[in-house]
Every structure is written in C-alpha cells, then in structure tokens.
Design a protein around this ligand. Structure first.
Ligand SMILES: [Zn+2]
Length: 492
C-alpha cells in the first residue's frame, strides 16, 4: 500500500491564503523515500569514470555517456523527447583531443641571469583544450585583456609589436559592472575573439592566466596556447613591474586604460592535439506524459548539462560540474516515473551537451524546441548541485508560482536553508544553459548548492567523486521530485 500525504493544512497555515487552499498536492512517499544518496553517487561515479573520458562534448566518450543516460530513461519508462521517436537531439560540435600534457617552459633571455623554469601540470599550467599541435618559442608580452575595441576607445595592442611573441593575457573584459554598458563589451568577452585577434596580429602563442580547463576556446591552426596559474604570472611580471600581477588588472579596470608591456623573458609552449572539426554531439531528452487530458499539453522542463571538460593532460571527471546535476535529475526522473501519484502536466528531463564548449546544446533546444514554448511553464536548470548544506534557487521572486512548490517542499520535508532572488538580467555573454533559455523568452529557475563543505575544484582534475557531499545530493533530488510534483499538479 502506498502512503499518500495531503499537505493542504500546511499550505493554508503557511500562506494563510484561500487561493492556495484550493490546491491539494499529493505525493507518493514510497517513491520519495526510494531516492537515496547511494544511487545518486552511483550515477555520478558512473559518469565520472575513465571510460567516458571526462565527457567532452563531441567526443566518443561524451556520446557513450549520452547513450548511458538514454538507456536509464528508457529503462524507467520515460518517453523519447525528440520527435517522440528518439532521445537524442544532434548538433555540430567540433572538438579537440589533447593527446599529451604538453609543456610550458620559461626561458632566460640572452645575457640575463634568469633561470629556466619548467612548469608542472597541474600545479602551474594546464594545456589549452583547443591548442594547435607543435612547439613555439618567443618573447613574452603582457597584453592585458587582449582587446582592440576602437568604438570604445580601448586597445591593449596599441603601440605593441606582438609578431612571433608569446602573449600573457587576462580573461574577461575591463568593464566589471553588470549594467547596460556591459553589453558594448560583450563581443570582446569571448575567448574565441581573443584567440583570433592574437593570431591575426601574428602572435605565436598565448599564456592565458587562470588555471581552469576551458573547452570554450577555438582551435586555430598554428596557434598554441596553455593556461597558467596566477602565481606563475606573478613570477613573470614581478621582476619588471615590481608589484603583484593582480595589481595590473586592477589598474587597467580602474582607469580603463591599457597597460601592456614587454617582459624581457622568453617562453616555450609545446602541445600535441588532434582536432575534429566535423564532429556531432547531442542533447538527451526524455519525458513523462501528464495524466490530465488538458494539462498534459503543458510541460515543465528540468535541465542539466551532461558534458564535461574532457581529458586535457589528465582525466577531468567533471563531477560536481556537472555529473552532480545530472545525477539529481536521474534520481528525480526515476522516482517520478515509479510514483503511484502521477503528474497532471508533462515533465521533460533535458540533458545538455556542448555547455562547456559554448552552450551549444541549450542553444540548439531553444532554436528547435521539442515542446511548444507557449506550453512550457518554466525551465529549471541545475548546475553544480552537490557540495554544501543549502540551496539557492534563483528566479523565485520573479516566478513565485513556480518557486512556491519547491519552497513548500523544502519547508515541509528537507529543512535546508533555501534562498532565492529575482531573475537578474545579465548584460554580458550568457554563461549558463539557463541564461540561454532566459534569452529565448522562457521563465527560468536555477538551482545550485551553497555553503560548500568541501573545497571546490572548478574545471580541475580534482573535481571528482570526492568533491560531492551525498546528503545534499539526496535532498536536491528529493526537492526536485516534490517540487515538480507540486508544480505539475498545481491547479490554480
Ligand atoms: Zn557547469
């Protein structure tokens, strides 16, 4: 016998509003209690394993992981969400296989007492995820943000000769406020723009500051690059400028004036990669059909990106980012599919490919939706949901009716700190799948965990299964299960 729980009394007490009292959400608590951290960690461990190679979108490892997810959806009875016949929504996705760790060496210039320094992976450098193959050597030049924006009166390359040189460059743009003016800097915020600009000016290579693997760059024949730590950048500039590396960026941002200079130091980058320009990748989509003849035409979309950072130099298991979100979706999908209480509306589970490469999968879906947009209540995106003690669900103040079932579920069952906010417009480039949906005109809620209890290794080989806290994973999946059920059966 299944236990059914009516939470009408709670609803009335909490909100003291007759409008809400009309709704009687009901859940199957057996299915709820079957959501276990054991299963969720199992899903995350599977996806983090060596055989999927860090799930770089476009790669065979990613496709294997996508097939594994689709098999689970099929096993649990979710319907294929692409044209009702397939779980896969395909799109072009070039990718680069990093075959060796490669190397970065800092070399002395002639006549100096500088020492050669061989950088170590992963402490000092990461190979470029889209570097060309080969070996380049040249003098190092600091070029700030690497931006030439004549209409903004800003040029990091003004008066600099970078032909045959190795550039030392910051990520981002000098404009830091999130206001309408940021929009003007957006075209310059893309790594791809910076790479192309550097190549066009004849630079031999690039040392990009910030120790994160980043597939969201471009492969340009003959252009080598690597990521270096801030500490290494500091070592490089200190003898010349006599102040910390971090000051340079601060000064540029403060005065909005470039601060480029020659370092009087040489560097060498080697890399061995293979580029696959014509590869394809996919989203995985499955759904549970609603039971109400009318309401089932409406859908709630729960999304998370399945792809990771691949294996640039070592396996990047990409576990917190974002096997955690995928595992939570799978846990909720399994529970909903087995629940005796059925959702009146339909519920779609959408696993994105290509997020790390530049939000390809969510862009594909928004351009080719598999459910009418006007019949989509909202999209909830999960990214990095698995380390911490609390929840943040952004967008709740903008879409209170969609947020409420999740808030109620948390208050009633989970008792985690859960905060929310308005949907804040971003004036820069979109950085999450949720932002792509928001720009596409969807109502978007985004969920992540707060109050980290373990160190966060962002885009790092140590983002592995040990980076997760099982209890919050379980509660996130339970929050999804209860909240989706509430929203799918809300008849107000
Ligand atoms: Zn992510």
């Amino acid at each position: 016998m299944i236990r059914r729980f009516f939470i009408i009394a709670f609803w009335v007490l909490t909100f003291n509003s007759f409008a809400y009292a009309q709704t009687i959400p009901e859940v199957d608590l057996n299915a709820y209690h079957e959501i276990s951290s054991h299963d969720l960690l199992g899903f995350a461990a599977e996806l983090s394993s060596e055989k999927y190679g860090g799930r770089l979108s476009g790669s065979p490892g990613y496709e294997m992981s996508a097939r594994w997810v689709a098999e689970r959806l099929q096993e649990w009875g979710l319907k294929p969400g692409v044209g009702d016949t397939s779980y896969f929504q395909w799109f072009p996705n070039a990718w680069t296989d990093v075959l060796e760790t490669g190397s970065v060496r800092l070399l002395p210039v002639k006549g100096s007492d500088q020492k050669e320094r061989v950088l170590k992976f992963p402490e000092d450098f990461f190979p470029g995820s889209n570097s060309a193959s080969g070996k380049v050597e040249g003098e190092v030049v600091y070029v700030g943000f690497g931006i030439s924006a004549p209409e903004l009166g800003y040029d990091d390359y003004a008066g600099m000769d970078v032909k045959g040189k190795i550039l030392l460059m910051e990520t981002g743009v000098p404009y830091t406020a999130n206001d309408p003016d940021l929009k003007r800097w957006e075209p310059y915020s893309y790594h791809r723009y910076k790479f192309q600009r550097a190549k066009d000016l004849g630079a031999a290579g690039l040392l990009y500051v910030g120790l994160v693997a980043n597939p969201n760059t471009s492969f340009i024949e003959g252009f080598l690059n690597a990521h270096i730590s801030e500490e290494v950048a500091d070592e490089l500039v200190r003898p010349v400028v006599n102040r910390p590396f971090a000051d340079l960026k601060r000064e540029i941002v403060k005065d909005m004036k470039p601060g480029s200079f020659y370092l009087n130091r040489k560097a060498e980058i080697t890399a061995r990669t293979k580029h696959y320009p014509d590869a394809m990748s996919c989203n995985v989509i499955g759904y549970i059909e609603g039971t109400d003849p009318e309401l089932k035409k409406e859908v709630i979309i729960i999304g998370a990106h399945l792809d990771g950072q691949g294996s640039p130099g070592a396996l990047f298991p990409s576990t917190l980012d974002n096997a955690s979100g995928v595992a939570d979706l799978l846990g909720a999908a399994k529970a909903l599919a087995s629940s005796e209480v059925k959702p009146a509306r339909s519920v779609m589970f959408l696993f994105f490919g290509g997020e790390e490469c530049g939000l390809y999968g969510s862009t594909k879906y928004v351009n080719e939706p598999q459910w009418p947009k006007e019949k989509t209540l909202f999209m909830m995106n999960l990214d990095m949901v698995g380390n911490g003690k609390g929840f943040f669900m952004s967008g709740g103040l903008s879409f209170p009716n969609y947020y409420r079932p999740f808030e109620m579920a948390n208050n009633k069952y989970l008792h985690r700190e859960m905060r929310t906010s308005e949907l804040r417009p971003s004036f820069g480039r979109p950085r999450t799948d949720g932002a792509v949906f928001e720009k596409g005109g969807y109502s978007v809620l985004s969920l992540w965990t707060t109050q980290s209890v373990k160190p966060v290794y962002y885009h790092h080989p140590l983002d592995n299964i040990d980076a997760l806290t099982p209890e919050i994973m379980e509660d996130a999946a339970k929050l999804l299960y209860l909240g989706i059920m509430g929203a799918a059966n809300d008849r107000n």
